[in-house]
Design a protein around this ligand. Structure first.
Ligand SMILES: [Zn+2]
Length: 319
């Protein structure tokens, strides 16, 4: 086995490209590229090529010492052919990412879903280490999940299982990036909270979050945390609303799947303890009494790196 693998987390706001030690799961180095405003296949490929080159140059590693490149992408994917079928948060549709990257790198390339790689990372080295029966739910630009049953990832018939973010929670609700209305992620994601806060500020509501905002820049999880620490009424209201929806979605998962453990992660969960604690408390209350008694909740333990670590192990595929 070669010592290193490259793990890539292709998300709605950033791309993380990491050099991972296959024996320990340690992230040796990471390159970060923003995707917030620059999306679409051409721009993403450009950033990936730049980032991989930068990583290899910085750490003086030759491609011969890398066993594979694994990519976790936020969207629906075709694993066998390495195609991103639909990723609205990346503005990519029918994107033959493996084929294009294969023209530049002569090593195996694997594609997975972003939550699938997060679940692989968390099970190998994080909060899922002692469990073979859990659901990973990550809250960021969207809301995603991956179901692990008997140690195996549940892919579903078309390989797209686990899209908790597109669970419809309001029949006549807000539009979602997927084209439907009333999806959970239009209410419970960091982007949804951001939209609610910005809308209220435009209507004249005041909030201490304005002190942290910079022209043209978006609201971050860190800003949300600072505002909650200051007991800001508007931010608390928007976060409580998101938590109300997210806990409802989680309770539905608990009732349908009846897992042993729910692992919650992503930028917002990571940064805002209040959001995590409220969501867990409400999710337990909303679940059916029998599963509610035993269901365990843990925060993801690998932070920003669960995706890149898991992606580096996509080549092994077996959890
Ligand atoms: Zn949707």
């Amino acid at each position: 086995m070669k010592k290193y693998s490259i793990g890539i987390d292709l998300g709605g706001t950033k791309i993380l490209i990491a050099l991972v030690d296959k024996s320990s799961g340690e992230v040796i180095g990471v390159i970060k590229k923003k995707t917030k405003k620059e999306k679409g296949p051409t721009k993403i490929i450009k950033k990936l090529l730049e980032g991989i080159k930068e990583l290899l140059d910085t750490f003086q590693i030759n491609l011969n010492n890398i066993s594979s490149i694994g990519i976790g992408a936020a969207g629906q994917i075709d694993r066998n052919n390495g195609i991103i079928l639909g990723a609205p948060n990346l503005d990519c549709f029918d994107f033959k990412i493996k084929e294009i990257l294969s023209e530049h790198f002569s090593i195996p390339i694997y594609l997975g879903n972003d939550l699938e790689v997060a679940a692989i990372g968390e099970q190998k080295f994080g909060a899922g280490k002692n469990s073979s029966d859990f659901v990973c739910i990550f809250v960021g630009t969207g809301v995603g999940s991956c179901i692990v049953k008997n140690g195996n990832i549940m892919y579903g018939n078309t390989g797209t299982a686990g899209e908790i973010g597109h669970m419809i929670v309001d029949l006549n609700g807000r539009p979602c990036t997927c084209g439907a209305h009333g999806c959970l992620e239009a209410y419970a994601s960091r982007s949804a909270i951001e939209t609610r806060i910005e809308g209220a500020l435009k209507k004249g509501r005041s909030s201490c979050i304005s002190e942290y905002l910079e022209e043209g820049k978006s609201i971050t999880s860190g800003m949300i945390k600072k505002s909650i620490d200051r007991n800001d009424e508007l931010v608390l209201q928007c976060v409580n609303e998101a938590s109300e929806y997210l806990s409802g979605g989680i309770a539905s998962i608990v009732n349908i799947i009846n897992p042993e453990l729910i692992i919650l992660g992503g930028g917002l969960i990571d940064a805002v303890d209040y959001f995590y604690n409220e969501t867990v408390k409400k999710a337990r209350l909303k679940s059916l009494p029998i599963p509610a008694k035993t269901i365990k909740f843990h925060k993801a333990e690998l932070g920003d790196y669960s995706g890149v670590i898991g992606a580096a192990f996509l080549e092994d595929r077996i959890l």
